[in-house]
Each structure stands twice: as C-alpha cells, then as structure tokens.
Design a protein around this ligand. Sequence first.
Ligand code: GCB
Length: 601
Amino acid sequence: MKFLYRYSFFLLLSVLFIQSSQAQYNSLVENIYDRERIDLNGTWKFLLDPMETGIIKRKYRRDFPADEVAKLNEGPLIEYEWDSSWDIQVPGDWNSQYKELEWYEGLAWYRKKFEAKKETGFRYFLYFEAVNYKSDVYLNGEKLGMHEGGFTPFQFEITDKIKSVNSLVLSVDNKRVTDGIPAADFDWWNYGGITRPVWVIKVPNEFIEEYTFEYDGEKINGSVVLNSASTGKKKIRIEIPELRIKETVETDKNGYAEFVFSPQKITTWSPTNPKRYEVSVSTSNDKVSELIGFRTIETKETEILLNGESVFLRGICLHEEAIGKPTRTLNWETAEELLLSAKGMNANFVRLAHYPHTEKMTRLADSLGLMVWSEIPVYWEDMDYKNPKTLALGKQMITTNYKRDKNRASIIIWSIANETPITDHRNAFLKELITTVRENDQTRLVSAALKVSHDGGVKNIDDPLGKYLDVLSINQYVGWYGNDYPDKITDVEWESNYNKPMLLSEFGAGALAGNYGDRMTRWTEEFQAYFIDETMKMGTSIPFLRGTMPWVLKDFRTPRRYHGAFQNYWNRKGFIDENGVHKQAYDVLKNWYIKIEDEAN
Ligand code: GCB
C-alpha cells in the first residue's frame, strides 16, 4: 500500500501514456456505500448505433452524443432524438432487456438527465461501478474521459462541471477487441451496457480518500490518505470501539499517514466465525465507517494457513450471472442467492470467475463467511501478450480491483490469469502482473489458473510461472474433454516441480438438468455426478492438494456452446441449472465437503 501511494505519480504517468483522457483510475473514493450519493440509477434513454454514426468523423457529421455541443456548433439535429428513444434500466445489461439485443455486440449511447444541488464546501465525483466494455463519458456536452475494461469501477471529478440540471451522455461499446482484457475469445456471455450502478458521490472539500487495514496476526497495520487542496500535516481519528482503539494519527504534508495498533485480544475472521469490527476514520469534517474483518493467510510449504491453521478450500467457481432470467446485473438479493447456493454445498470458498465481480459479492462474502478468489480476465491464448497497451490495462485492472476490495477479509487470493499458453511473452506479461499485485498487497496470496492436458497419465506441474506464485492452481478436465471417460480419472497421478500448495481450480462435466441415464453417458446428471465423485477421489491421492473448486455453480450463458440438444448456448457444467434446480452432482459435492470438514475437525 505504502509503495502504491509513494509511486502513484509514476503509475499515473504510465496510464497517461495509454490515453490522456482516461478515467482517474488511480484514485477511487473509498467505501462509496457509506457516502452521500445522488442516485443515477433507474430509467435512462438509449440509442443503438451499429453504424457508429456517433463517433465516425464525416463531413456532415452530427455529433449527437454530445448533443448540446452539436446543437451549438451545427444547428438543429433532425434525424435523431433522445426523448423518443428507447428506455433502458441502469444498472442492467442491454442483452436481457430487449430480445432483439440478446446477441448485440457493438456501440450504443446512453443519456440520463439529473438534477443536483451543488453546495459549496463539497466535491462531486461521477462514479461508475462497471460499464462493459469501453466507454466515453460526456457531462453537459463536455467530454470527461474514457474508460476501458468491463468489470472495474472508475470515476471522474465533476465539481466544476455539475449544474442544477445535467445531461450525462456516454457511449458504451462491447465489441470484442484483440488488444483488450479479455481479448476476443472467451466462454461467457458478452453482456453489454452499464451493468452496475452509477452514482454522483458527494464528499467534503477535504475528504478521506482511502484507507487500508491489514492484520499480521498481532498488529493491525494501516494507512490513510486525505485528499485536500492544501498541504500540511492534518489529524485523522481512527476508531475500532470494540477493540478499544481510539487513536489520532497525523498525516505528512501530502495527507498520508500510517498507523500500527496492537489490540489485546482480537477475534479473527474465518468462515466458521466471520467476525467483523466497526471501524471508523474521521476528521473534523468527514467520517466514513464500515465493518472490517481481520485474519491472516499464508502458505508454508504445501499448506495454506488461515489464522495460522491449515485449511482446505472447499470451493466452487461461479460467474456473475443471476439465477432465473440470465443477466450480469446482480442486486443484493440475487448476489446473495448465488453465495447461499455455494454455502448450501458446505463450501467455505468461492472462485469469482473470470473477472472482478460486483462489490456486493465480496461484501456479502465477508458477512457470510466465504473465502474468495478474485481474478482479472486475462484469459486463454489469444490475448495480446506482446502489447504494452494490454499490459498497462492489466496492471490498471488489478490495481483498481485491489483498491476497491483491499479491506475485504474474505479475499485471500488474487489471481492474475486463467489458462494462458506457456510462451516467453506470456511469461513476461504475467510476471509483471505478479509484481504489481505484490507491490499493492503483501498480505494475500497470488495465484493463476494453469492448465494441463485433458488425457490421463502423469501430470507434472511444471509451468515456469509456478516459481512466482504462492499457490499452484490447475484446471483439469480429464474424463470430459480428451479421450478418457470418468472411469479413468483415478488413474491420473500428479507430480509437482514446486513445494507449494495445489488447488484444483476447475474440473467439470456438462449435464442437462433432468436428463437421466447411465453414468458413462455424457450430458446425463449421472455422468456429471460420477465425474465429480471420481475427481474428488483422485484428489485424495494428491498429498499437496489444498483445495477444490469445480466448474461451475450454475449453468451460464455463452455463445460458444453449440450442442442443440443439451446446450443451446448454455454451458451446462452447472451444479444447479439456470433456475437454481439442483443436479445430482450438487449433493455429491456437498457430501464430500461435509466429509472433508468433519475429517479436519
Ligand atoms: C475452462 C475455462 C472456463 C470454461 C470451462 C469449460 O477451462 O477456464 O472458462 O467455461 O473450461 O466449460 O470448458
């Protein structure tokens, strides 16, 4: 954290190199849910623009997105109008709102008019929790900047631009791009639009911009950043009443302070007791509070230690897609429904695949007692690993994800990639991402989902990246892809070049809920249940295995699953179907997880 703060200027420069008008990713208002906010969610106006008329420079161009500007410069606009355009709900992907947009990938425009009472003594930030994938943002006809990346928040300060009546316009483009993260090939639905909430956040002129609380097993170590127009030492009050901590710290002249507290007795956060403490940070005119848990996570040879004790991660992977009508946009209830399905299997861990999920998810994981793997969508072969722009984007994503969620006790693993090819460019790319994660955070583990071949035999974990990771995570589909059936799974043997813990970060087989048959027939529930059982059995013979997280909690939509009878553009490896109905595999895994927990006690 300290490192990040000290070097934020250089980070900023490297981002300015990508695009001078990029969103201010480098700063994010901390803990937005405890801030005064103008709610910009609800009904917006929506224009589809497959011809990209709004951005193509033509002689008679009508620059319609920044309509106030266009009207001033070019006279009236005839062949478009906002007021009669379609309505769209924000937050919400467009795919689930209009049948004709279910498969749409391209450009669209959004507009929201809103009123604000601007008060002196305050600053205003326009905050997007996520927009997929690329966006240009205009307020009152003036461009604020652009943002790339569909799963992380971004903000613009609008203190000088906000008026009593405002017109907010943005382009949203979810075309798949080869230099993006993810690149063009991925196995989930490319939901487009303003998929998470939008707010104007109001803070005092001098405000608490950021704070970090970390626990090392004895002490609480932390830092706080005050954002202020004036330099000079300032006082900040930090309180954790239940731990009898009430301290005042003094910042340096740039508004930065560090602190160390040694509470007498602390109840650590864990899945069995997800204890959190009320923490508040305040100055004479600003205050933010939230619940924060304290725990340690580390590895020792092939063990993972939570609060100093060996733990087995009884996990499940999940996508951010609601049970019921498929949509990327989750509210508190639909997010909780997914996590409760995981808990129903006696899981203590979730892999939030393959991108940062909504902040609701990690906050709920904190309160429900689920450990979390949080990852960025560096995914598969076709990423542009040579491209410095893509690398800068990856660093930005990982840093923003850290900044948003750094005070979540539930997160124990940052993952930097999924199933990437072993090449020199990829190695260099991922090594840089690992460095970025470790500069941000020395209190969590770093991993990446690596791959092995789909056929049986002896699997050797020898990916050179293993040297730099804390935990080796392997996706393996012996018995589904490749030539083998589930009866061969337990023949597989494992070796590792590294004395580190291993996770089975994916394994799974497709089954259509309600399709019954014998256990050697693909797409039946019996086949899937047998596959899961055999893979779990295989796991018992791997001495360095410290967790399993099969693929995947719920059937999910994806355009690359073509089997007409069983898939119809759904990945059917879910333990529950799209409506939450349990397949047989759900209870098979649950029984394993009950047994593993019992044996550990
Ligand atoms: C994988 C990927 C995951 C896919 C899954 C599958 O290895 O990591 O994104 O959805 O396999 O179903 O093939």
